[in-house]
Design a protein. Structure first.
Length: 386
């Protein structure tokens, strides 16, 4: 009994000293993410207390920034950068749940500090929501560019004769690269048109909303960016750009930017640099709006009842199932519910209604086989493989 009593007393004393020597760790709550950050500050007039305070403040800010980078990712940071630096980071110290100074040192005239801090996810989520930040989960947004260029009284636009192969013009290419860098999937129109029988309004320079939507559906795009660029004689480039939602035909946003063409030391105009800046400015303004608009549409998720007939084998069904999951934007899951001799039924969790689902399938360039469809009175989808 005495030995057991001595052992218990020894363990209690050991635990007491552990909590005494490391009170910060003992009191931490594991309700958030923990990260490490280093802060530093100049020591002015031998004022160590002031230098330590500034170093700590810098470390906490860097910790928050590091957490946001990891949380939002490259595209999330780039597409929401202005809101992050203006609305989130300045008020994000409230999201610091706890912190602990792990080490500090004085190196020359600098005071350096190492801090471990915990971020409260619930608080940071509320701040991101209030700032209007939206991060797309799932398939990236597929965009098609319809950009005309006017230079020296000549206007060029690829959809006039889309059957003829034509390289991307400089401004179209700059927009392509700029949106791709923000996580979008630009359509490569040079792969060719998958259908024939284009209407006259689709070849017109002045495209109607209906014609723009037709082009978007033809290339299975989610959004079409239609614009007019002009090289102005006094050394400027202008571009008007509007974005339309292909599924609804709704105008998402529109804007205009004029970029001056600078000259180098030899007096040569730096046109490529001006084009890049032009695309960068309009992309920075419109990409976040497109993302938020698309995300609001994706929130409307439906469970669709689909029955497939005319299948030649189960492998053909699996090919169709994989096509839906891998290629059709908005499909979250596909679940087989019933199998008969002549048909297979599935439930599709889809971010949209029945008609949008059908459009995504029929207009997709990688459709595995020809099919027909109809909607029942109960809005069930019947698909017949041809």
């Amino acid at each position: 009994m005495e030995n057991r009593y001595s052992l218990i007393c020894g363990l209690l004393i050991l635990l007491f000293f552990v909590f005494l020597l490391n009170p910060a760790k003992a009191s931490e709550k594991k309700t958030g993410d923990e990260i490490l950050a280093i802060g530093s500050s100049k020591i002015i007039n031998n004022n160590l207390a002031q230098a330590k305070e500034k170093a700590l403040s810098q470390a906490l800010r860097k910790g928050i920034e590091d957490y946001l980078v990891r949380r939002l990712g490259k595209e999330g940071m780039v597409n929401n950068f202005q809101r992050i630096v203006n609305e989130v980071i300045p008020n994000a110290k409230e999201a610091i749940e706890n912190f602990c100074i792990l080490s500090e040192d004085q190196t020359g005239s600098n005071y350096i500090i190492l801090v471990r801090l915990g971020i409260n996810k619930k608080v940071i989520n509320n701040k991101l929501k209030r700032a209007g930040l939206v991060i797309i989960r799932g398939p990236a947004i597929k965009v098609l560019f319809l950009i005309s260029e006017k230079k020296d009284e000549e206007t060029v636009y690829w959809w006039k004769d889309p059957e003829l192969p034509s390289a991307m013009r400089p401004i179209e290419l700059a927009l392509y690269n700029s949106f791709q860098g923000r996580g979008f999937i630009p359509v490569n129109r040079q792969t060719g048109i998958t259908q024939v029988g284009l209407s006259a309004d689709q070849r017109s320079f002045e495209l109607t909303k209906e014609a723009i939507v037709k082009w978007g559906r033809l290339f299975s795009a989610d959004v079409v960016l239609c614009g007019k660029a002009e090289f102005i004689q006094d050394g400027e480039i202008s571009l008007t750009l509007k974005a339309l939602d292909v599924s609804t035909g709704r105008l998402i946003c529109q804007g205009m930017h004029i970029e001056p063409i600078q000259k180098d030391a030899q007096g040569n105009r730096q046109t490529p640099e001006a084009i890049k800046m032009l695309a960068k400015h309009l992309t920075a303004r419109q990409a976040p709006i497109i993302i938020r608009s698309t995300a609001s549409q994706l929130e409307k998720t439906h469970i669709l009842e689909v029955t497939i007939t005319g299948l030649k084998s189960y492998k053909q069904f699996m090919d169709f199932r994989n096509f839906l999951i891998k290629n059709v934007a908005g499909v979250k899951s596909v679940k087989q519910t019933r199998a008969r001799k002549d048909s297979i039924s599935i439930q599709v969790k889809f971010e949209g209604a029945e008609k949008k689902f059908i459009e995504k399938i029929l207009n997709h360039e990688n459709l595995p086989f020809l099919l027909d469809y109809r909607l029942t009175e109960e809005k069930n989808i019947l698909i017949e493989v041809k």
